[in-house]
Write a protein that binds this ligand. Structure first.
Ligand code: FPP
Length: 285
C-alpha cells in the first residue's frame, strides 16, 4: 500500500481506468532503481513495417522520449540516461544523421517548459563538445536553464560510446598525473576511474532497458552497468510507452540482486550453514 504523497505526481496525471494505474499501484516506491538507462532501438524497423523512410521512425521516437522522461520524474527516479547517438552512428547516411540532430534540437526547444514543470535537470554524456556549434549551443542552453532543478537528472548520451568514455577517463587521469609530476608513480583505482568517467557523480544504473529485442549492449555504459539488471523487450522504441516502462520497473523489483554475494533469502544471517548444506540446500554461488 502506498503512503500518501508517494508517486503522487504520477497518479495526478493518470485517469482512473488507465492501464498504467494498476501497474503503478503495484510498484514499491521503496525499491525503485536509482538510475535507469535505456537503449532506444527499433526506430528503423518501426518505419520499415509501415513502408516509411527510417527518419519517420526517429520522428516517432520523440513522443516516447517525452513520456518516459516525464514518467520517471513523476515516479521519483533519481537518474535516467538515454542512448541518443553513439560514436558509431556517424556511419549512417548523412540525411539520417542530419535528421537526428534536427530532432534533438526540436526536442530541446519544444520540451523546455515541460522539463521545468517536472523539475528535470538536463545533462549530457559523451563527446558532445565535438558536435556542431548549433547543437552544442542548444544543449548548453538547456543544461544551463535546468541546472537548478532538483528532480530527475536526465542524461542524454550523445556522440557516446562506453569505450571512448573509458579511454577519455584514463587520458584525463594520465594528464592530471603528468601535470602534477606524478606519472611515474601513477596507480589507477576503480574509484578513480569511475570518478573520471562522464557519469561521475551518478549512481551506476540499476536497470538497463533495451527495446526491439536485440540482446546486445552496443558499447553503452560498459563500465557502469557491471551489476545492472537487464530488461529486453521486443517492443520497438516508437511503441514504448508508460505501461511498458512500468512493466520493466515491476520486473526489476522481482529480481534478486546479489552483486556477486549470496541471496539474503537463501542465506539469512541467522541460518545455520551446516544444517542448510546437510539438508542439500545450495547456499553459495
Ligand atoms: C536506434 O534505432 C535509435 C537511434 C540511433 C536514435 C534514437 C533517437 C530517437 C529516439 C529520437 C530523438 C531522441 C531524442 C533524445 C530527442 P535504429 O535506427 O537503430 O532502429 P533499427 O535497429 O530498427 O534500424
Amino acid at each position: 500500500m502506498k503512503r500518501a504523497g508517494e508517486m503522487k505526481a504520477l497518479f495526478d496525471v493518470l485517469a482512473t481506468g488507465d492501464p498504467a494505474w494498476d501497474l503503478a499501484l503495484a510498484l514499491d516506491p521503496a525499491r525503485l532503481p536509482a538510475h535507469v538507462a535505456v537503449i532506444m532501438d527499433g526506430n528503423g524497423r518501426w518505419a520499415r513495417q509501415r513502408g516509411l523512410p527510417r527518419v519517420a521512425g526517429h520522428k516517432s521516437g520523440i513522443d516516447p522520449v517525452r513520456i518516459i522522461v516525464e514518467t520517471c520524474a513523476q515516479i521519483g527516479i533519481q537518474a535516467l540516461t538515454l542512448y541518443a547517438f553513439s560514436t558509431e552512428n556517424w556511419k549512417r547516411p548523412q540525411t539520417e544523421v542530419d535528421t537526428l540532430w534536427q530532432l534533438l534540437r526540436l526536442y530541446l526547444k519544444r520540451e523546455l517548459p515541460r522539463l521545468q514543470n517536472n523539475n528535470i535537470r538536463l545533462g549530457a554524456l559523451g563527446r558532445w563538445q565535438e558536435l556542431s556549434p548549433a547543437v552544442r549551443q542548444d544543449l548548453e542552453a538547456t543544461m544551463a536553464d535546468t541546472a537548478s532543478n532538483t528532480g530527475l537528472g536526465l542524461n542524454l548520451a550523445i556522440n557516446y560510446s562506453g569505450r571512448t568514455d573509458i579511454v577519455d577517463a584514463m587520458n584525463r587521469i594520465v594528464a592530471r598525473a603528468r601535470l602534477a609530476g606524478q606519472l611515474d608513480t601513477l596507480e589507477v583505482s576503480e574509484a578513480a576511474l569511475g570518478a573520471a568517467l562522464s557519469t561521475s557523480g551518478l549512481p551506476d544504473p540499476d536497470l538497463l532497458i533495451r527495446t526491439s529485442g536485440e540482446m546486445r549492449i552496443s558499447n553503452f555504459l560498459l563500465w557502469q552497468i557491471a551489476y545492472a539488471e537487464l530488461y529486453v523487450t521486443d517492443t520497438l522504441w516508437p511503441d514504448f510507452d508508460r505501461v511498458h516502462l512500468l512493466r520493466a520497473l515491476l520486473d526489476f523489483q522481482k529480481r534478486d540482486r546479489r552483486f556477486g554475494a549470496v541471496s539474503s533469502a537463501a542465506h539469512p544471517a541467522s541460518a545455520d550453514e551446516t544444517d542448510a548444506v546437510g539438508a542439500g540446500v545450495l547456499t553459495r554461488k
